[in-house]
Design a protein around this ligand. Structure first.
Ligand code: ATR
Length: 277
């Protein structure tokens, strides 16, 4: 029987998940499929409740359904519960399970591309307070960063996140971000600044500490202005593509029974797709 999985969102055309999972299905010779499904908010409940009988082993979930799907899951793991959103669903003995693998993807990407990045856990600066930021804050907590500073253009959103995480980090003004750079061993851009069609993130790296790691979650374009500046300043820069690739690993394993690898071949495949978009 063909094993089926998919990614649901509204809209969904932009998703690169079918490329990633399709590559792994072919590589492992698995009789499986992974499709894009445009599911509107009005149709979400119906889609999820008929997913099992329609032969799906599970799915990935993207905007705008990541929070809502938690209501339909019988079991949610700790990451999904704490982040308050899920990106991966699967059935186990008929029960729908939910996980959030974004934080895992973030950590695995840094582990791979900046080995030793978390040896200095003194301080991290996180820019942005949207959905991506939640996952990163949770992930940094799991690696016991001593001091995490959150800055966001709209300060009230950062404060709402601080309340959600029960004050596990401090909030500072967006305008203070340049002054904070020198304190930090890790800088993470979770904002949409730097994405194709968006203005660049303005961040002065001239006072950055030696060994500071700069992670831009943006992957289109792959080389953002922020990463160019990090490179010019002699810092280790890490793009966001690896997070996209690694977050896909746990779902594939749940649905298709094989833990796939994030190889350079897969990375090149997705880069070629980004460059032709
Ligand atoms: P996601 O779920 O992908 O994190 P989001 O919830 O839309 O996306 O969040 C986008 C983030 O980019 C927010 O932190 C947003 O800041 P606001 O909360 O002030 O909107 C940030 N962002 C977007 N455009 C920005 C800009 N021009 N300057 C500064 N921050 C910006």
């Amino acid at each position: 029987m063909t094993l089926k999985a998919c990614v649901i969102g509204w809209p969904i055309e932009h998703s690169r998940s079918p490329l990633i999972h399709g590559h792994w299905l072919g590589l492992h010779g698995i009789d499986g499929s992974y499709a894009k499904k445009a599911v509107s908010p009005d149709d979400l409940k119906k889609f999820i409740s008929s997913m099992c009988e329609n032969g799906f082993a599970g799915c990935n979930v993207t905007v705008p359904h990541k929070e809502t799907v938690l209501k339909f899951a019988g079991q949610s793991d700790e990451a999904a519960r704490i982040i308050g959103a899920a990106n991966t669903l699967w059935f186990d003995k008929g029960v729908l399970h939910a996980s959030n693998t974004d934080g895992y993807g973030f950590l695995a990407n840094l582990d791979e591309r900046a080995p030793g990045w978390d040896e200095n856990r003194s301080c991290a600066l996180v820019l942005g307070a949207g959905g991506a930021s939640r996952a990163i804050l949770h992930a940094l907590g799991s690696r016991s960063f001593r001091d995490v500073i959150l800055v966001n253009r709209t300060r009230s959103r950062a404060e709402a996140l601080a309340a959600h995480f029960k004050g596990a980090f401090r909030v500072a003004d967006w305008e203070k971000r340049n002054a904070l750079v020198g304190e930090c061993a890790l800088l993470v851009n979770t904002t949409t600044l730097g994405m194709t069609g968006q203005p660049p993130l303005e961040l002065d790296l001239s006072n950055a500490a030696e060994g500071c790691v700069v992670n831009d979650l943006v992957y289109a374009p792959l080389k953002t202005k922020l990463l160019e500046h990090a490179n010019d300043a002699g810092l280790r820069g890490v793009d966001g593509l690896g997070m996209l690739l690694h977050q896909a690993v746990p779902g594939f394993e749940k649905w298709f029974g094989v833990r796939p690898e994030v190889s350079s071949e897969l990375r090149e495949l997705v880069i070629a797709d980004i460059e032709t978009a």
